[in-house]
Design a binder for this molecule. Structure first.
Ligand code: FAD
Ligand code: UDP
Length: 467
């Protein structure tokens, strides 16, 4: 029976001490300027009507930067250019909130929930960690995921994902109790790719875990998520997940793993709402505003929307994106207050349409009332992947990469415009990679006077990846 957030001797939301010790975030760190100035409420704060009205007539008439998108990429560039260079920005976003896909809020029962799916911050980039701790307090959190996975008799068992010793013991009745034995188990199962290096997602997974785990954990989850089997995707997609020989059941390997104490939206509030150089207009679509000649005069355009939308008039084929449907359900009286064992439970089998279920109540950065146990019900969200809806995921495979290259060539010729972020770079950026990419673009502006990426998106690596 689920009984609440996982904990160890180190604290709530912490892995077993030897693995928790690998996380460099040990206690609450960072600063929250809004909180320091006396703001007691949880994010999100109510925004001025002028910001949410969508009325461009009240926006500045001339800015250094016009930024399309109030997500991480746009926010970092606005913040850096203002603080360091005194530049002014107007950020517009078609949505009615700041934060892009990181946006979270406190829903009607008092639970902090993410509008666009669970977000877990993790990074190996010290620069990024130093940066984000200026805009929020953070608490250590070792994200751990379980999966409902069929065992050798087809009976579904709740096991750690990524695979660790317990995963193979539970699923296959093994008695692996050391790293050496686990290594030997992998060696026995592993399928070495014909060409040496894995050429696609299937070869990547088979070369790491072999047929049995591939079939149970990766093959159908991937088909549900991408509407493609792993063989049709780049190896990098499947390499996002570590595969461990140890008992370390944390989802990520990175040195810094943490939750923002008052949610992700607070980070954006501190970056954007306290700075007179930064103006915001929400509920504004860039293309419509441009057509209606409502845009201000600007020095440079920073565009963080889908790159193919920007060049739609060129008549090229559209890039492929995956979207998600979040099927939310309020569970009124779950036994012991919780629906499932962990914040995220993956469902990798073909017999469910959804890929995972998120239960927000598990995370220890919930508002106090939730942590005290005053909220008896629980909010869950089943994630169902879809080809229609807001574009969330670029689909990494050779065809899409080739098409993106054609868009990138157009982007390079577009004077005075910088294409930044997950949608404009068509890159499966995690939050920390999106931040680092934006910081480096800012570096370039400072050093060369040009807003341009320092490295190609593919040079950021496959994500968390194995170490
Ligand atoms: P976005 O956040 O997408 O921001 C782009 C903004 O541009 C949007 O707000 C959009 O409305 C706006 N826009 C687009 N077109 C227009 C237009 N025409 N006019 C005006 N505005 C426009 N990362 C992690 O590190 N850990 C996680 O656990 C994690 N989980 C994720 C789960 C999901 C379901 C998704 C989709 C992403 C997840 N990410 C996670 C990735 C993270 O969300 C991104 O790295 C980050 O949001 C990228 O920021 P961005 O500013 O580049 O893009
Ligand atoms: N994946 C899988 N089974 C799982 C978890 C992940 O097959 O239980 C594969 C799947 O292809 C997925 C990819 O690994 O899209 C990356 O997983 P991650 O959890 O990083 O996805 P995200 O959180 O970005 O949606």
């Amino acid at each position: 029976m689920p009984s609440g957030p996982f904990a160890s001797a180190v604290g709530v939301g912490r892995a077993e001490p030897e693995w928790a010790a690998l996380n460099k975030v040990a206690g609450i760190v960072g600063s929250d300027p809004f909180e320091s100035s006396g703001e007691q409420s949880e994010a999100p704060l109510k925004l001025d009507d002028a910001i949410t009205s969508g009325d461009m007539s009240t926006a500045p008439k001339k800015v250094d930067l016009l930024i399309v998108g109030a997500g991480l990429s746009g926010a970092v560039i606005a913040e850096r250019c203002s603080k360091e260079l005194g530049m002014t920005s107007l950020i517009i976003d078609v949505r009615d909130h700041i934060g892009g896909n990181c946006y979270d809020y406190v829903e009607e029962h008092g639970i902090r929930a993410s509008k666009y799916g669970a977000h877990l911050f993790h990074t190996k980039f010290e620069r990024v960690w130093d940066y984000v701790t200026q805009f929020s307090k953070w608490m250590p959190f070792d994200h751990r995921v379980k999966g409902m996975v069929p065992d050798k008799d087809g009976v579904k068992k709740l096991v750690p994902i990524p695979p660790v010793q317990e995963t193979v013991n539970t699923l296959f009745g093994e008695a692996v109790d050391s790293e050496d034995k686990m290594q030997a188990w992998y060696e026995k199962e592993r399928v070495v790719p014909a060409g040496g290096e894995p050429a696609n997602g299937e070869e990547a997974a088979l070369s790491r875990v072999g047929e049995r785990l591939y079939e149970r954990i990766f093959k159908h989850y991937t088909k549900k998520q991408w509407d493609k089997y792993p063989a049709e995707l780049d190896a990098s997609v499947l390499m996002r997940l570590p595969c461990r020989t140890s008992t370390d059941d944390r989802y990520f390997n990175d040195e810094w793993q943490a939750l923002p104490l008052h949610g992700y939206t607070r980070i954006f509030e501190n970056m954007l709402l306290r700075d007179p150089n930064i103006s915001l207009r929400l509920n504004v679509d860039f293309f419509k505003a441009r057509e209606e000649k409502q845009l201000p005069e600007y020095g440079m355009l920073v565009y963080t929307g889908p790159i193919d939308s920007y060049f739609a008039q060129q008549g090229m084929p559209r890039l492929e994106y995956r979207s998600l449907r979040f099927e939310e359900e309020w569970v009124e009286a779950p036994p012991e207050g919780y629906f499932q064992e962990a914040m995220v439970v993956n469902h990798p089998s073909a017999d469910t349409e959804f890929t995972r279920i998120v239960e927000y109540k598990h995370v220890p950065n919930q508002p106090e009332a939730v942590k005290r146990g005053d909220v008896k019900g629980t909010l869950i969200a089943r994630e169902v992947s879809s080809a229609v809806g807001d574009p969330y995921y670029p689909v990494p495979n050779p065809e899409n990469r080739a098409l993106y290259e054609r868009y990138r060539e157009l982007a390079e010729k577009e004077e005075g415009v910088c294409f930044v972020g997950r949608l404009a770079s068509y890159k499966y950026f995690n939050m920390d990679q999106a931040i680092l990419n934006a910081l480096e673009i800012y570096d370039n502006l400072k050093e060369t006077g040009k807003l341009a990426p320092k490295r190609r998106p593919e040079d950021f690596g496959p994500g968390d990846g194995p170490k």
